[in-house]
Design a protein around this ligand. Structure first.
Ligand code: NAD
Length: 326
């Protein structure tokens, strides 16, 4: 599908800006909606002179603006969200408002236009489930309302429910992509939610790398180029509608191993220290012990497989941090 006009919400952010690059390179016209609360102009500065690129600064909560932008496009990639456990723990009300109300605004406008929506969801939606690898149709296991941390996962899960309700009841073509720990160049150096950004930042500052808990919890880290390919495949594959897809690299590593790998790549003399979760996030904090995607649905329906191993993606990310940290 060439020469479409596409809306990318959150297109000034980490993943969104890489998606914009790929869509422009494929010959599409792209409009970005982003409030720049986290996203940065630098992330798309290299595209502003292109005739097929347009940036609109504004919020997902601005109903007329969302309706106007959706009214002029063929399809929507919805990535705008308050992202990262840290932000959500600090201000859960704002996070839920943007992530739920913003998505509702978007889907309502898209239903009028009848244009396909690919929604960015998260591996967080599996919550505390220990039934690994995670399959899309598995039950989710989310914590109690006493732990605000789960409000991010719940907001993403509610987004999926909304998207699929619009599909079933309003015939709006929607698909959800559940990302598993994206990393790569343009990862926010503040490390708001990314352990890779945090470790690289600490190592480049010559500080000890801080691991929460015992460090034996695992994650599957997915290079941003793979995330973008999976997202575009979900848009371009007609059979994706009504479904959620794990978009992730099925290789699992412990946070201890990740810390050692980054420490060794930057400065092997640095220490690695362990900090209790309660000290980092407060007493009510809970984490998922393992997060591993079953990728068979994405392989079968989207013909998508993650290709970039950590050995290739991490050096690129560290280099980018070196070039962009002042
Ligand atoms: N990075 C990951 O590992 C990861 C994992 C799972 C899911 N996701 C999802 O992928 C999407 C992109 O995440 P990212 O890592 O690029 O994060 P990001 O914070 O870099 O991007 C989100 C963008 O949304 C924008 N935004 C926030 N509130 C907004 C509002 N009210 N109106 C308009 N724009 C607003 C921010 O300015 C930012 O540019 C998000 O939906 C996120 O939930 C990311």
């Amino acid at each position: 599908m060439k020469n479409q006009h596409l809306l990318v919400t959150g297109g000034a952010g980490f993943i969104g800006s890489h998606l914009v690059d790929a869509l422009l390179a494929a010959g599409h016209q792209v409009t970005v909606l982003d409030d720049l609360s986290v996203g940065k102009v630098q992330n798309f500065a290299h595209q502003v002179d292109r005739p097929h690129f347009k940036f609109e600064q504004g919020s997902m909560l601005d109903v007329p603006l969302v309706a106007r932008l959706v009214g002029g496009v063929d399809a929507v990639y919805h990535l705008a969200a308050v992202v990262g456990v840290k932000y959500v723990v600090e201000d859960p009300l704002h996070g839920m408002c943007v992530n739920v109300r913003g998505t509702e605004n978007l889907l309502e406008a898209a239903a009028r236009r009848r244009c396909k929506v690919v929604l960015a969801s998260s591996s967080e939606t599996y919550g505390k489930s220990t039934q690994v690898p995670f399959r899309e149709e598995d039950n989710t296991v989310l914590g109690s309302t006493a732990a605000p941390r789960w409000s991010y996962a719940l907001s993403k899960l509610l987004d999926e429910h909304l998207a699929f309700a619009y599909f079933r009841q309003e015939q709006l073509p929607t698909a959800a992509v559940r990302y598993f720990n994206a990393y790569g160049p343009r990862l926010d150096p503040r490390g708001y939610g990314s352990v890779i950004a945090k470790f690289i930042g600490q190592a480049l500052d010559g500080k000890p790398l801080t691991v929460y808990g015992d460090g034996e919890q695992t994650r599957s880290f997915t290079f941003v180029g793979d995330i973008v390919r999976g997202t575009i495949a979900a848009m371009d594959t007609p059979e994706s509608v009504g479904l959620a897809f794990n978009i992730g690299n099925p290789r699992e590593i412990t946070i201890n191993t990740l810390a050692q790998t980054i420490r060794d790549a930057v400065d092997p003399r640095l220490d690695i220290v362990h900090i209790p979760y309660a000290q980092a996030y407060g007493a009510a904090f809970e984490d998922s012990p393992r997060r591993l995607p079953d990728v068979s649905r994405a392989e079968k329906i989207l013909s998508f497989t993650a290709e970039v191993p950590l050995e290739e993606g991490l050096p690129q990310t560290i280099l980018w941090f070196k070039e962009h940290s002042q």
